[in-house]
Design a protein around this ligand. Structure first.
Ligand SMILES: N[C@@H](CCC(=O)N[C@@H](CS)C(=O)NCC(=O)O)C(=O)O
Length: 213
């Protein structure tokens, strides 16, 4: 239990879910405050004082320091709780996991966010996160769908050569890609039935206790 930390979450949103799964895989529990993204709580003065980028997840440390991104939260937790390693052990493993986490983030998660944020009615005027408002561009939603499909192909090919995206061990790269596959259902996208390596990997990850958080 990390009683002296505070985790800022939104139970329904994909990005904080990445951090929640990471925390669960580390066997940690952190007191949590829910931020209601639907009502715009992230843009209000109180949360802006916590994270001026107006996004969740964020993690407040005992000295008041706030980590305002999945990247910093994961890095910090890996340092203070090295086991089980979720970001690799050997130099090459660490590098390969960082590479696949970046692929899952840029080609998967951001493509998905592009699709969702540029098409859902509830996101009108909020096509990007953060304190500034941006209009939706429908063409980006279409392009995003194509990019997500391409990411599924890339991930399936990789999972035909290794059990996990980063190699032999479950890692942060799997967490990011798992959230992409789950998030895809929001816009009725899913791996093709021919992508059996990706589908089996997803089923195995969905059976882990951390998938329930
Ligand atoms: N790079 C950030 C992205 C975080 C992000 O996009 N969070 C979304 C929820 S999934 C958010 O806070 N949205 C606020 C909004 O839509 O205004 C991270 O992974 O930490």
């Amino acid at each position: 239990m990390m009683d002296d930390h505070i985790f800022y979450d939104c139970a329904t949103a994909p990005s904080p879910r990445r951090a929640r799964i990471f925390i669960a895989e580390k066997g940690l529990e952190v007191p949590t405050i829910q931020i209601d993204l639907r009502s715009g709580e992230q843009l209000g003065e109180a949360f802006r004082a916590v994270n001026p980028r107006c996004t969740v997840p964020a993690l407040k440390l005992p000295d008041g320091t706030v980590l305002g991104d999945n990247a910093s939260i994961a890095r910090y937790l890996e340092e203070i709780r090295p086991k089980p390693a979720l970001m690799g052990i050997t130099p090459v493993e660490k590098a390969r996991i960082a590479e696949w986490n970046a692929i899952a983030e840029f080609d998967g998660l951001l493509a998905m966010a592009e699709t969702v944020r540029n098409s859902l009615k509830g996101m009108k005027g909020r096509a990007l996160t953060g304190p500034k408002n941006y209009d939706q561009i429908p063409a980006l939603a279409e392009r995003g769908r194509a990019r997500v499909a391409h990411f599924f192909e890339t991930a399936d090919r990789r999972l035909n050569e290794a059990p996990y995206l980063g190699g032999d061990h479950y890692s942060i790269a799997d967490i990011t890609a798992f959230v992409v596959v789950e998030f895809a259902a929001w816009v009725k996208l899913s791996p093709d039935e021919s992508q059996s390596a990706l589908i089996e990997w997803h089923q195995a990850l969905a059976a882990r206790p951390s998938a329930k958080v």
